[in-house]
Design a protein around this ligand. Structure first.
Ligand SMILES: C[S@@+](CC[C@H](N)C(=O)[O-])C[C@H]1O[C@@H](n2cnc3c(N)ncnc32)[C@H](O)[C@@H]1O
Length: 467
Protein backbone atom coordinates (compact mmCIF):
# COMPACT_ATOMS: atom_id res chain seq x y z
CA UNK A 1 0.00 0.00 0.00
CA UNK A 2 1.27 3.50 -0.86
CA UNK A 3 1.73 5.69 2.19
CA UNK A 4 2.57 9.32 2.73
CA UNK A 5 5.85 8.33 4.35
CA UNK A 6 6.81 6.30 1.27
CA UNK A 7 6.11 9.29 -1.00
CA UNK A 8 8.23 11.50 1.28
CA UNK A 9 11.08 8.94 1.17
CA UNK A 10 11.01 8.96 -2.63
CA UNK A 11 11.01 12.76 -2.66
CA UNK A 12 14.11 12.77 -0.49
CA UNK A 13 15.96 10.42 -2.91
CA UNK A 14 16.83 11.34 -6.45
CA UNK A 15 14.27 12.81 -8.78
CA UNK A 16 14.20 9.84 -11.12
CA UNK A 17 12.82 7.46 -8.50
CA UNK A 18 9.77 9.60 -7.79
CA UNK A 19 9.29 10.05 -11.53
CA UNK A 20 9.37 6.39 -12.39
CA UNK A 21 7.15 5.55 -9.40
CA UNK A 22 4.55 8.04 -10.65
CA UNK A 23 4.89 6.72 -14.22
CA UNK A 24 4.14 3.18 -13.08
CA UNK A 25 0.76 4.05 -11.56
CA UNK A 26 -2.27 2.84 -13.46
CA UNK A 27 -4.99 2.73 -10.87
CA UNK A 28 -6.93 5.97 -10.32
CA UNK A 29 -7.24 5.78 -6.55
CA UNK A 30 -3.44 5.38 -6.20
CA UNK A 31 -2.89 8.25 -8.64
CA UNK A 32 -5.27 10.44 -6.65
CA UNK A 33 -3.59 9.52 -3.37
CA UNK A 34 -0.15 10.37 -4.74
CA UNK A 35 -1.30 13.68 -6.20
CA UNK A 36 -2.96 14.61 -2.93
CA UNK A 37 0.14 13.80 -0.91
CA UNK A 38 2.97 15.09 -3.03
CA UNK A 39 3.25 18.17 -0.83
CA UNK A 40 6.06 20.60 -1.62
CA UNK A 41 7.94 19.36 -4.70
CA UNK A 42 11.72 19.30 -5.07
CA UNK A 43 12.79 22.33 -7.12
CA UNK A 44 14.39 20.14 -9.78
CA UNK A 45 11.34 17.90 -10.05
CA UNK A 46 10.52 17.02 -13.65
CA UNK A 47 6.78 17.56 -13.97
CA UNK A 48 6.54 15.71 -17.28
CA UNK A 49 5.56 12.50 -15.48
CA UNK A 50 2.36 14.29 -14.41
CA UNK A 51 1.31 15.34 -17.91
CA UNK A 52 -0.53 12.11 -18.88
CA UNK A 53 -2.88 12.65 -15.93
CA UNK A 54 -4.19 15.80 -17.63
CA UNK A 55 -6.09 13.41 -19.93
CA UNK A 56 -7.58 11.40 -17.06
CA UNK A 57 -11.35 11.16 -17.16
CA UNK A 58 -11.72 12.10 -13.48
CA UNK A 59 -12.06 15.84 -12.91
CA UNK A 60 -10.41 15.64 -9.52
CA UNK A 61 -7.29 13.93 -10.91
CA UNK A 62 -6.92 16.57 -13.64
CA UNK A 63 -7.48 19.26 -11.02
CA UNK A 64 -4.80 17.84 -8.68
CA UNK A 65 -2.41 17.46 -11.61
CA UNK A 66 -2.77 21.12 -12.56
CA UNK A 67 -2.32 22.09 -8.91
CA UNK A 68 0.92 20.11 -8.65
CA UNK A 69 2.28 21.54 -11.88
CA UNK A 70 1.43 24.96 -10.41
CA UNK A 71 3.77 24.26 -7.48
CA UNK A 72 6.69 24.17 -9.91
CA UNK A 73 6.08 27.85 -10.91
CA UNK A 74 7.83 27.12 -14.20
CA UNK A 75 6.67 28.64 -17.48
CA UNK A 76 7.91 25.70 -19.53
CA UNK A 77 4.45 24.21 -18.80
CA UNK A 78 2.66 27.39 -19.89
CA UNK A 79 1.46 26.14 -23.33
CA UNK A 80 0.09 22.99 -21.78
CA UNK A 81 -1.74 24.71 -18.96
CA UNK A 82 -3.09 27.38 -21.33
CA UNK A 83 -4.69 24.56 -23.28
CA UNK A 84 -6.26 23.21 -20.09
CA UNK A 85 -7.50 26.68 -19.15
CA UNK A 86 -9.19 27.01 -22.54
CA UNK A 87 -10.40 23.50 -23.22
CA UNK A 88 -10.92 21.42 -20.09
CA UNK A 89 -14.57 20.42 -19.71
CA UNK A 90 -14.64 21.16 -15.98
CA UNK A 91 -14.82 24.80 -14.83
CA UNK A 92 -13.22 23.69 -11.58
CA UNK A 93 -10.12 22.47 -13.48
CA UNK A 94 -10.08 25.52 -15.77
CA UNK A 95 -10.11 27.81 -12.71
CA UNK A 96 -7.15 25.99 -11.18
CA UNK A 97 -5.32 26.27 -14.51
CA UNK A 98 -5.69 30.07 -14.39
CA UNK A 99 -4.32 30.09 -10.88
CA UNK A 100 -1.37 27.97 -12.03
CA UNK A 101 -0.70 30.36 -14.92
CA UNK A 102 -0.72 33.19 -12.37
CA UNK A 103 1.88 31.39 -10.28
CA UNK A 104 4.18 31.12 -13.30
CA UNK A 105 4.37 34.94 -13.43
CA UNK A 106 5.20 34.75 -17.12
CA UNK A 107 4.80 37.78 -19.39
CA UNK A 108 4.05 35.36 -22.21
CA UNK A 109 0.68 34.65 -20.56
CA UNK A 110 -0.46 38.30 -20.62
CA UNK A 111 -2.40 38.23 -23.97
CA UNK A 112 -4.21 35.07 -22.90
CA UNK A 113 -5.05 36.44 -19.46
CA UNK A 114 -6.37 39.68 -20.98
CA UNK A 115 -8.61 37.62 -23.22
CA UNK A 116 -9.86 35.69 -20.15
CA UNK A 117 -10.99 38.94 -18.50
CA UNK A 118 -14.05 38.74 -20.76
CA UNK A 119 -15.21 35.56 -19.02
CA UNK A 120 -18.59 35.30 -17.35
CA UNK A 121 -17.55 33.37 -14.22
CA UNK A 122 -16.60 36.07 -11.66
CA UNK A 123 -14.40 33.65 -9.72
CA UNK A 124 -12.32 33.00 -12.85
CA UNK A 125 -12.15 36.70 -13.69
CA UNK A 126 -10.96 37.47 -10.13
CA UNK A 127 -8.25 34.86 -10.49
CA UNK A 128 -7.23 36.33 -13.85
CA UNK A 129 -7.08 39.79 -12.24
CA UNK A 130 -4.82 38.44 -9.51
CA UNK A 131 -2.53 36.92 -12.11
CA UNK A 132 -2.43 40.15 -14.11
CA UNK A 133 -1.78 42.36 -11.09
CA UNK A 134 1.74 40.91 -11.02
CA UNK A 135 2.29 43.00 -14.17
CA UNK A 136 0.51 46.06 -12.83
CA UNK A 137 3.21 48.39 -14.10
CA UNK A 138 2.69 47.21 -17.69
CA UNK A 139 0.58 49.97 -19.30
CA UNK A 140 -1.50 47.57 -21.47
CA UNK A 141 -2.35 45.43 -18.43
CA UNK A 142 -3.23 48.51 -16.43
CA UNK A 143 -5.49 49.84 -19.15
CA UNK A 144 -7.31 46.52 -19.50
CA UNK A 145 -7.81 46.13 -15.75
CA UNK A 146 -9.09 49.68 -15.34
CA UNK A 147 -11.83 48.89 -17.87
CA UNK A 148 -13.36 46.66 -15.18
CA UNK A 149 -13.92 49.51 -12.72
CA UNK A 150 -17.65 49.41 -13.46
CA UNK A 151 -17.95 45.64 -13.93
CA UNK A 152 -21.37 44.24 -13.09
CA UNK A 153 -19.88 42.01 -10.38
CA UNK A 154 -19.38 43.90 -7.12
CA UNK A 155 -16.28 41.96 -5.99
CA UNK A 156 -14.50 42.65 -9.29
CA UNK A 157 -15.50 46.30 -9.05
CA UNK A 158 -14.22 46.47 -5.47
CA UNK A 159 -10.81 44.93 -6.30
CA UNK A 160 -10.24 47.26 -9.25
CA UNK A 161 -11.42 50.35 -7.38
CA UNK A 162 -9.15 49.49 -4.49
CA UNK A 163 -6.14 48.87 -6.73
CA UNK A 164 -6.42 51.88 -8.98
CA UNK A 165 -8.80 54.43 -7.60
CA UNK A 166 -8.56 54.50 -3.80
CA UNK A 167 -6.32 57.28 -2.56
CA UNK A 168 -3.82 55.95 -0.07
CA UNK A 169 -4.88 57.30 3.30
CA UNK A 170 -2.45 59.84 4.67
CA UNK A 171 -4.44 60.12 7.85
CA UNK A 172 -2.08 59.45 10.72
CA UNK A 173 -2.95 56.46 12.88
CA UNK A 174 -5.06 57.74 15.71
CA UNK A 175 -3.15 56.22 18.61
CA UNK A 176 -5.81 57.33 21.06
CA UNK A 177 -9.08 56.21 19.51
CA UNK A 178 -11.26 58.09 22.01
CA UNK A 179 -9.44 61.40 22.04
CA UNK A 180 -12.10 63.53 20.34
CA UNK A 181 -14.87 62.04 22.43
CA UNK A 182 -13.37 63.02 25.78
CA UNK A 183 -16.45 65.03 26.81
CA UNK A 184 -18.81 62.22 25.94
CA UNK A 185 -17.33 59.69 28.34
CA UNK A 186 -19.92 58.30 30.76
CA UNK A 187 -22.48 60.88 29.70
CA UNK A 188 -26.25 60.31 29.62
CA UNK A 189 -28.21 62.88 27.62
CA UNK A 190 -31.90 63.35 28.36
CA UNK A 191 -33.52 64.24 25.03
CA UNK A 192 -34.29 63.22 21.51
CA UNK A 193 -31.47 61.26 19.88
CA UNK A 194 -31.54 63.11 16.55
CA UNK A 195 -31.35 66.47 18.32
CA UNK A 196 -28.50 65.26 20.55
CA UNK A 197 -26.50 63.76 17.71
CA UNK A 198 -26.28 67.19 16.06
CA UNK A 199 -23.61 68.06 18.65
CA UNK A 200 -21.65 64.83 18.43
CA UNK A 201 -18.44 65.11 16.38
CA UNK A 202 -17.71 62.92 13.35
CA UNK A 203 -15.90 59.64 14.03
CA UNK A 204 -16.12 59.85 17.83
CA UNK A 205 -17.82 56.53 18.68
CA UNK A 206 -16.15 53.12 18.73
CA UNK A 207 -19.24 50.90 18.97
CA UNK A 208 -23.01 51.30 18.92
CA UNK A 209 -25.37 48.63 20.20
CA UNK A 210 -29.05 49.40 20.37
CA UNK A 211 -32.55 48.12 20.38
CA UNK A 212 -34.80 50.79 18.87
CA UNK A 213 -38.38 51.46 19.93
CA UNK A 214 -40.71 48.77 18.56
CA UNK A 215 -43.10 50.20 16.00
CA UNK A 216 -46.26 51.20 17.87
CA UNK A 217 -45.95 48.18 20.11
CA UNK A 218 -45.23 50.11 23.33
CA UNK A 219 -46.41 53.37 24.81
CA UNK A 220 -43.09 55.15 24.13
CA UNK A 221 -43.12 54.35 20.44
CA UNK A 222 -46.09 55.78 18.61
CA UNK A 223 -45.44 56.78 14.99
CA UNK A 224 -47.95 58.04 12.40
CA UNK A 225 -47.11 55.22 9.98
CA UNK A 226 -44.71 52.31 9.50
CA UNK A 227 -43.01 54.21 6.69
CA UNK A 228 -42.36 57.18 8.97
CA UNK A 229 -41.08 54.85 11.67
CA UNK A 230 -38.57 53.19 9.30
CA UNK A 231 -37.48 56.58 7.94
CA UNK A 232 -36.97 57.85 11.50
CA UNK A 233 -34.73 54.84 12.30
CA UNK A 234 -32.88 55.36 9.02
CA UNK A 235 -32.24 59.02 9.91
CA UNK A 236 -30.83 58.01 13.32
CA UNK A 237 -28.65 55.27 11.85
CA UNK A 238 -27.29 57.64 9.21
CA UNK A 239 -26.15 59.99 11.96
CA UNK A 240 -24.63 57.04 13.79
CA UNK A 241 -22.73 56.24 10.60
CA UNK A 242 -21.27 59.75 10.65
CA UNK A 243 -20.21 59.61 14.31
CA UNK A 244 -18.76 56.09 14.09
CA UNK A 245 -15.03 55.68 13.57
CA UNK A 246 -13.87 54.17 10.28
CA UNK A 247 -14.21 50.39 10.20
CA UNK A 248 -16.03 50.14 13.54
CA UNK A 249 -19.27 48.35 14.33
CA UNK A 250 -22.96 49.12 14.60
CA UNK A 251 -25.04 46.33 16.09
CA UNK A 252 -28.78 46.39 15.88
CA UNK A 253 -31.20 44.27 17.88
CA UNK A 254 -34.67 44.07 16.36
CA UNK A 255 -37.35 41.56 15.54
CA UNK A 256 -40.58 41.63 13.56
CA UNK A 257 -43.43 43.15 15.58
CA UNK A 258 -47.10 42.30 15.56
CA UNK A 259 -49.76 44.93 15.76
CA UNK A 260 -52.80 43.11 17.16
CA UNK A 261 -56.02 42.97 15.16
CA UNK A 262 -58.59 45.71 15.67
CA UNK A 263 -61.49 43.25 15.90
CA UNK A 264 -62.32 39.66 15.01
CA UNK A 265 -63.19 40.85 11.47
CA UNK A 266 -59.56 41.91 10.94
CA UNK A 267 -56.26 40.15 11.07
CA UNK A 268 -53.21 41.22 13.02
CA UNK A 269 -50.30 42.69 11.05
CA UNK A 270 -46.70 41.65 11.26
CA UNK A 271 -43.94 44.16 10.39
CA UNK A 272 -40.54 42.71 9.39
CA UNK A 273 -38.43 45.53 10.87
CA UNK A 274 -34.96 43.90 10.56
CA UNK A 275 -35.50 43.12 6.89
CA UNK A 276 -36.97 46.50 6.00
CA UNK A 277 -34.29 48.56 7.77
CA UNK A 278 -31.45 46.45 6.32
CA UNK A 279 -31.96 48.02 2.87
CA UNK A 280 -31.47 51.53 4.26
CA UNK A 281 -28.42 50.54 6.31
CA UNK A 282 -26.63 49.12 3.28
CA UNK A 283 -27.59 52.11 1.17
CA UNK A 284 -26.06 54.56 3.65
CA UNK A 285 -22.76 52.65 3.68
CA UNK A 286 -22.96 50.12 6.51
CA UNK A 287 -21.44 46.85 5.44
CA UNK A 288 -23.32 43.72 6.53
CA UNK A 289 -21.09 41.47 8.63
CA UNK A 290 -23.12 38.91 10.60
CA UNK A 291 -26.55 37.90 11.78
CA UNK A 292 -26.65 36.65 15.33
CA UNK A 293 -29.83 34.99 16.50
CA UNK A 294 -30.78 35.59 20.11
CA UNK A 295 -32.89 32.64 21.31
CA UNK A 296 -35.12 32.87 24.40
CA UNK A 297 -36.75 29.98 26.24
CA UNK A 298 -40.22 29.21 24.84
CA UNK A 299 -41.82 29.61 28.26
CA UNK A 300 -40.68 33.24 28.37
CA UNK A 301 -42.50 34.40 25.20
CA UNK A 302 -46.13 35.07 24.32
CA UNK A 303 -48.06 31.92 23.46
CA UNK A 304 -49.33 32.22 19.85
CA UNK A 305 -49.58 28.54 19.09
CA UNK A 306 -52.45 27.71 21.48
CA UNK A 307 -55.17 28.06 18.78
CA UNK A 308 -53.31 25.87 16.32
CA UNK A 309 -52.67 23.25 19.01
CA UNK A 310 -56.45 22.86 19.23
CA UNK A 311 -57.64 23.04 15.60
CA UNK A 312 -54.46 21.88 13.73
CA UNK A 313 -55.66 23.55 10.53
CA UNK A 314 -52.94 24.28 7.94
CA UNK A 315 -52.40 27.95 7.05
CA UNK A 316 -53.29 29.05 10.58
CA UNK A 317 -49.96 27.89 12.04
CA UNK A 318 -48.46 30.61 14.27
CA UNK A 319 -45.18 29.53 15.87
CA UNK A 320 -44.07 31.05 19.15
CA UNK A 321 -41.48 33.74 18.48
CA UNK A 322 -38.42 32.81 20.50
CA UNK A 323 -35.82 34.66 18.43
CA UNK A 324 -34.61 38.19 17.90
CA UNK A 325 -31.99 39.38 15.43
CA UNK A 326 -28.72 40.93 16.42
CA UNK A 327 -27.46 42.28 13.10
CA UNK A 328 -23.80 43.24 12.89
CA UNK A 329 -22.69 46.01 10.50
CA UNK A 330 -19.32 47.69 9.96
CA UNK A 331 -18.67 51.24 8.78
CA UNK A 332 -17.39 51.09 5.22
CA UNK A 333 -13.63 51.12 4.82
CA UNK A 334 -11.06 49.65 2.50
CA UNK A 335 -8.94 48.75 5.54
CA UNK A 336 -8.84 45.32 7.12
CA UNK A 337 -9.84 44.74 10.75
CA UNK A 338 -6.17 44.49 11.51
CA UNK A 339 -5.85 48.21 10.75
CA UNK A 340 -8.41 48.94 13.48
CA UNK A 341 -6.68 46.64 15.95
CA UNK A 342 -3.23 48.14 15.30
CA UNK A 343 -4.45 51.48 16.60
CA UNK A 344 -4.37 50.16 20.16
CA UNK A 345 -1.35 49.79 22.40
CA UNK A 346 -0.26 46.27 23.17
CA UNK A 347 -1.33 46.67 26.83
CA UNK A 348 -4.91 47.50 25.82
CA UNK A 349 -5.02 44.59 23.39
CA UNK A 350 -3.83 42.26 26.13
CA UNK A 351 -6.35 43.62 28.63
CA UNK A 352 -9.23 43.36 26.15
CA UNK A 353 -8.68 39.73 25.14
CA UNK A 354 -11.83 37.63 25.53
CA UNK A 355 -11.01 35.21 28.31
CA UNK A 356 -12.46 31.79 29.15
CA UNK A 357 -15.41 30.16 27.46
CA UNK A 358 -17.29 32.06 24.78
CA UNK A 359 -20.07 31.39 22.28
CA UNK A 360 -18.68 29.93 19.08
CA UNK A 361 -21.87 30.04 16.99
CA UNK A 362 -24.24 32.77 15.88
CA UNK A 363 -27.00 31.30 18.04
CA UNK A 364 -26.97 32.94 21.44
CA UNK A 365 -29.25 31.37 24.06
CA UNK A 366 -29.88 34.06 26.65
CA UNK A 367 -32.81 34.42 29.05
CA UNK A 368 -34.72 37.69 28.68
CA UNK A 369 -34.79 40.19 31.54
CA UNK A 370 -38.10 41.52 32.80
CA UNK A 371 -38.28 44.85 34.54
CA UNK A 372 -41.05 46.67 36.41
CA UNK A 373 -40.13 50.13 35.10
CA UNK A 374 -39.10 49.43 31.50
CA UNK A 375 -40.93 46.88 29.38
CA UNK A 376 -38.11 46.01 26.96
CA UNK A 377 -34.72 45.91 28.64
CA UNK A 378 -31.62 44.16 27.32
CA UNK A 379 -30.35 41.23 29.38
CA UNK A 380 -26.96 42.35 30.75
CA UNK A 381 -25.43 39.15 29.36
CA UNK A 382 -26.34 40.20 25.81
CA UNK A 383 -24.74 43.63 26.27
CA UNK A 384 -21.64 42.16 27.90
CA UNK A 385 -21.05 39.78 24.99
CA UNK A 386 -21.42 42.58 22.45
CA UNK A 387 -19.08 44.89 24.38
CA UNK A 388 -16.47 42.14 24.85
CA UNK A 389 -16.53 40.92 21.23
CA UNK A 390 -16.74 44.26 19.45
CA UNK A 391 -14.79 46.84 21.50
CA UNK A 392 -11.53 47.37 23.37
CA UNK A 393 -10.88 48.57 26.90
CA UNK A 394 -11.15 52.38 27.00
CA UNK A 395 -13.51 52.54 23.96
CA UNK A 396 -16.62 54.68 23.88
CA UNK A 397 -19.80 52.64 23.35
CA UNK A 398 -23.10 54.24 22.44
CA UNK A 399 -26.77 53.37 22.86
CA UNK A 400 -29.02 55.99 21.21
CA UNK A 401 -32.15 54.34 22.65
CA UNK A 402 -30.78 53.70 26.10
CA UNK A 403 -33.96 52.76 27.99
CA UNK A 404 -32.77 51.61 31.41
CA UNK A 405 -29.13 51.97 30.33
CA UNK A 406 -28.12 48.30 30.35
CA UNK A 407 -25.40 48.90 27.76
CA UNK A 408 -23.91 51.57 30.04
CA UNK A 409 -23.68 49.13 32.94
CA UNK A 410 -21.99 46.50 30.75
CA UNK A 411 -19.53 49.13 29.48
CA UNK A 412 -18.62 50.22 33.02
CA UNK A 413 -18.11 46.63 34.17
CA UNK A 414 -15.82 45.95 31.23
CA UNK A 415 -13.72 49.11 31.58
CA UNK A 416 -15.20 50.87 28.57
CA UNK A 417 -16.93 54.28 28.59
CA UNK A 418 -20.55 54.78 27.62
CA UNK A 419 -22.54 57.50 25.92
CA UNK A 420 -26.33 57.18 26.18
CA UNK A 421 -29.35 59.12 24.93
CA UNK A 422 -32.92 58.59 26.15
CA UNK A 423 -35.98 60.75 25.66
CA UNK A 424 -38.22 59.63 28.54
CA UNK A 425 -37.58 61.18 31.94
CA UNK A 426 -38.77 58.12 33.85
CA UNK A 427 -36.12 56.01 32.11
CA UNK A 428 -33.44 58.60 32.86
CA UNK A 429 -34.35 58.14 36.52
CA UNK A 430 -34.08 54.39 36.04
CA UNK A 431 -30.63 54.77 34.46
CA UNK A 432 -29.53 56.90 37.44
CA UNK A 433 -30.75 54.26 39.83
CA UNK A 434 -29.12 51.34 37.98
CA UNK A 435 -25.82 53.10 37.26
CA UNK A 436 -25.54 54.34 40.85
CA UNK A 437 -25.68 50.74 42.02
CA UNK A 438 -22.90 49.91 39.59
CA UNK A 439 -20.62 52.81 40.56
CA UNK A 440 -21.05 52.33 44.30
CA UNK A 441 -17.74 50.56 44.54
CA UNK A 442 -15.84 52.17 41.69
CA UNK A 443 -14.63 55.70 41.52
CA UNK A 444 -16.27 56.82 38.27
CA UNK A 445 -18.08 60.07 37.63
CA UNK A 446 -21.26 59.85 35.57
CA UNK A 447 -22.80 62.95 33.94
CA UNK A 448 -26.55 63.35 33.42
CA UNK A 449 -27.20 66.28 31.07
CA UNK A 450 -30.11 67.74 29.18
CA UNK A 451 -29.59 68.67 25.54
CA UNK A 452 -28.79 72.30 26.31
CA UNK A 453 -26.03 71.42 28.73
CA UNK A 454 -24.69 68.81 26.35
CA UNK A 455 -24.69 71.35 23.51
CA UNK A 456 -22.70 73.81 25.64
CA UNK A 457 -20.27 71.10 26.60
CA UNK A 458 -19.68 70.04 23.03
CA UNK A 459 -19.36 73.61 21.83
CA UNK A 460 -16.29 73.85 23.99
CA UNK A 461 -17.52 75.13 27.32
CA UNK A 462 -16.82 72.11 29.48
CA UNK A 463 -16.43 74.30 32.56
CA UNK A 464 -19.91 75.77 32.20
CA UNK A 465 -21.74 72.69 33.25
CA UNK A 466 -22.10 70.93 36.53
CA UNK A 467 -22.89 67.38 35.65
C1 LIG B 1 -36.45 49.12 23.22
S1 LIG B 1 -36.15 50.40 24.35
C2 LIG B 1 -34.46 50.15 24.75
C3 LIG B 1 -34.24 49.45 26.04
C4 LIG B 1 -32.79 49.32 26.41
N1 LIG B 1 -32.09 48.50 25.44
C5 LIG B 1 -32.60 48.76 27.82
O1 LIG B 1 -31.76 47.87 28.01
O2 LIG B 1 -33.28 49.20 28.72
C6 LIG B 1 -36.14 51.82 23.34
C7 LIG B 1 -35.95 53.11 24.08
O3 LIG B 1 -35.80 54.17 23.15
C8 LIG B 1 -36.34 55.35 23.70
N2 LIG B 1 -36.60 56.29 22.60
C9 LIG B 1 -37.59 56.24 21.68
N3 LIG B 1 -37.49 57.26 20.82
C10 LIG B 1 -36.40 57.98 21.19
C11 LIG B 1 -35.78 59.16 20.68
N4 LIG B 1 -36.29 59.79 19.62
N5 LIG B 1 -34.68 59.61 21.30
C12 LIG B 1 -34.17 58.98 22.38
N6 LIG B 1 -34.71 57.87 22.92
C13 LIG B 1 -35.82 57.37 22.33
C14 LIG B 1 -37.59 54.86 24.41
O4 LIG B 1 -38.01 55.77 25.41
C15 LIG B 1 -37.13 53.52 24.97
O5 LIG B 1 -36.70 53.63 26.29
Amino acid sequence: MITREYINDLKAKNNGELNSFINEQKDNSSIQFILENLGRLPLDFDGHCLIPFLMNKHDNIRYLTVKNIGKLCNDKYLELILKVAKEDQSSFVRREAISTIGRMKSEKAIPFLIEMLKGTDPKVVLQVIRALLVFKSNSIVQEELKKLANHSNEMIQYVIQKQFYTKKSIKYLDKNPVINSEFMKNVVVYGDVLETLKYVPDESINLTFTSPPYYNARDYSIYPSYKEYILFLAAVFKEIYRVTKEGRFFILNTSPVIIPRVSRQHSSKRYPIPFDIHYYLIKMGWEFIDDIIWVKPEASVKNRIAGFSQHRKPLAYKPNQVTEYVMVYRKKTDKLLDWNIRQYDWEIIKKSKVQGEYETTNVWRIDPTFDKVHSAVFPIELCSRIVKFYSYVGDLVFDPFAGSGTLGRAALNLERYFFLTEKEEKYIEKIKHEINKETLFINKKIYFLDILKFKKLMEGNPHDFNG
